[in-house]
Write a protein that binds this ligand. Sequence first.
Ligand code: SF4
Ligand code: FES
Length: 229
Amino acid sequence: MTATFQMDGKEITVEDGKTLLDAAREHGINIPTICFHEATTANALCRICVVEVEGMRVLQPACIVQAANNMKVQTRSEKVIRARKTILEMLASTMDLSEASDIQAMLTEYQADVNRFPDAERREVPVKDDNPMYVRDYSKCLLCWRCVQVCAEDAQYTYAINFEGRGYETRIGTFFDRSIPETTCVLCGQCVGVCPTGALKPKREFLLEQGISPQEISVLNTGRKKRRT
Ligand code: SF4
Ligand code: FES
């Protein structure tokens, strides 16, 4: 079974069950994504992928909405561009995007005004450095949930990290805010691999950025100097 519909005026046919994002990617149409990752279950959290579907009152997240016969979809209408721009401006006003290169490229593409919400409260929390593998800088976290998902059913089944708090206070954390070594974390690094913003970073990279030399890092790691060869 297939679904045939229009996207940006082009007739497209895809297998049943494909999302609008799948369809766009199969046909070379660019829809931006932030929370979506091929390795994780799509949850439509960030809404940057919204598109306009004729007959639907509100914009639809392309990463979860399935293509259906006779749909008419606009991926770059004025309404869509305005929504994406506003989402980017809200992100830029509330968190540190300095290491989120893909999102920075979107800020330029959508001509987002990073100072649009000057009174927004920024997420500013100290870096958590509590294990030998990675550091957690939640000032850079946009709550995309990818790390939580790979730590759970999407990959590792370790459940070391999860959401904490509600509403504005929502953040990623560990059970009872325990340090990583006190959790079920097995230091697999999958969460670091899927983080889109640099909020999770390999410890070595973090130390190099702090000006610590590779030799000093070896000493920190092994507790003794490396022998010269
Ligand atoms: S730490 Fe990274 S992967 Fe996890 S929710 Fe925040 S931005 Fe997403
Ligand atoms: S990429 Fe679709 S909602 Fe985030």
